[in-house]
Design a protein around this ligand. Structure first.
Ligand SMILES: *Cc1c(COP(=O)(O)O)cnc(C)c1O
Length: 428
């Protein structure tokens, strides 16, 4: 590990949580250089929904590279881009009766969010954007302004502006419909809210602690936006591509957002790739007005098209994700049932245990790593243990991972109980 500590910037993060050197990976398993095997409950923060090195996607990629297919082509028309666009239209948009233009941005999620915010402001001529408490939309300046967590915001170095934060669903407890405030503020010229160009929202907050918006809340948000002429941007970078049990996470709510951002698992292979979907009337860019050297990644076009072909021809994959999501949910509920301080939430194959405090969650994930399970925390205090297994994980692997997680929870809870006992013992 020495060169990482000596030479790599202090900004490095995940290598601290998972202190080993990884070498190979297949499906839902990774291996390190000592030959240890790890089960993956993290999936590259949702970038590996189809697992590591999925064999069919790998073959498509190898064939393309062997044939000297175009690797870099700026945003020129290529056969691989055409294939992806045809498949995306045929297998994703048409069956859902969705009508969007496709904008290929720079290859990371935050690139897509920047483009979405820019076009929303350009089209409406307004600057303000409404974002939500605990939301995460990336760390480049425009996106960072819509990201709530001060840990990231403090890294900006300048004031981030043009954004008003509103309480996300559940922020004020289960009894309060937080949209009452947004609706009232939009209606009231003295609320202090500059009429926004757009609202940007995650249907389930991935980095912010697996906060799940009720479908009725999302529907009401859609209605409020429409009524006030505000564009609705759904950031589906982490929750899209099947994670919640449908290709888009907003499908269950029947929403038709004005703008959608996709990245993370879009390439299906862990390759960098991002896209913005725009209602056709919003596509008011002038040619080249927003650009980037790596717009569309031809290798990612190949694997993304192959994934659509292999996984999204019919409902089977989605039904399987929903079924495994249910198993995951029930097992977490039974793990948490023994401890009143733990609670479970999520949707589809993103489920989490809220530990209420970061130290306990860290104990659990540390123990899990020692037992061969890669699992991360999220939330404002990293207090939420989040399960984000690859969607292709077998039921057996899922149960194996959950066995490790269950053991890690009881080990961490026992340790905490011992600490409490010691404290009280010392007092008496
Ligand atoms: C990860 C993420 C982003 C940022 O993507 P990067 O590729 O890290 O820039 C934006 N929005 C959401 C919801 C994310 O989960």
């Amino acid at each position: 590990m020495k060169i990482f500590e000596r030479l790599e910037s202090n900004v490095r993060g995940y290598c601290r949580a998972f202190p080993t050197v990884f070498t190979t990976a297949q499906g839902a398993e990774l291996h390190d250089e000592s030959g240890r095997r790890y089960l993956d409950f993290f999936a590259g923060a949702g970038s590996l929904n189809y697992g590591h090195n999925e064999p069919q996607l790998k073959q498509a990629l190898l064939d393309y590279i062997s044939a000297d297919g175009i690797v870099h082509g700026l945003d020129m028309a290529t056969a691989s881009k055409r294939r992806f666009m045809e498949q995306f239209e045929q297998l994703i948009l048409k069956p859902r009766q969705l009508n969007y233009k496709l904008q290929f941005t720079g290859p990371t999620g935050t690139n897509a969010v920047e483009a979405a915010l820019k076009i929303a402001r350009l089209v409406t001529g307004r600057t303000n954007v409404v974002a939500f408490t605990n939301g995460f939309h990336g760390v480049s300046l425009g996106s960072l302004a819509t990201t709530a967590n001060s840990h990231y915001r403090e890294g900006a170095g300048i004031a981030t502006s043009g954004v008003t934060f509103m309480p996300y669903d559940g922020y004020l407890g289960p009894e309060v419909d937080t949209l009452d405030y947004l609706d009232k503020a939009l209606n009231d010229g003295s609320s202090g809210l500059d009429h926004p160009a757009a609202v940007i929202v995650e249907t389930v907050q991935g980095e912010g602690g697996i906060n799940v918006a009720e479908l009725s809340w999302l529907q009401r948000l859609g209605h409020i936006c429409k009524r006030h002429g505000v564009l609705l941007i759904v950031d589906d970078i982490q929750m899209g591509c099947g994670r919640t049990g449908h290709f888009f996470s907003f499908e269950a709510a029947g929403l038709q957002p004005d703008i959608i951002t996709l990245s993370k698992s879009l390439s299906a292979y862990g390759l960098p790739f991002a896209m913005v979907l725009l209602k056709p009337e919003l596509d008011q860019w002038k040619p080249g007005q927003h650009n980037g050297t790596f717009r569309g990644n031809n290798l990612a076009f190949v694997t993304a098209a192959a994934a659509l072909e292999h996984f999204w021809q019919n409902d089977q994959f989605q039904v399987d994700v929903q079924r495994k999501g249910e198993i995951l949910r029930q097992r977490l509920e039974s793990i948490a049932a023994d401890y009143p301080e733990l609670s479970v939430r999520g949707r589809g194959m993103v489920q989490a245990i809220d530990c209420q405090e970061g130290e306990l969650a860290a104990q659990i994930t540390r123990h899990a790593f020692e037992q061969g399970l890669i699992i991360e925390t999220s939330g404002s205090d990293d207090q939420v243990v989040k399960c984000l297994p690859p969607l292709i994980m077998t039921e057996q692997q899922l149960q194996q991972g959950l066995d490790i997680l269950a053991a890690s929870v009881s080990a961490a809870m026992a340790r905490q109980a011992r600490k409490q006992q010691f404290k009280f013992g010392a007092m008496a």
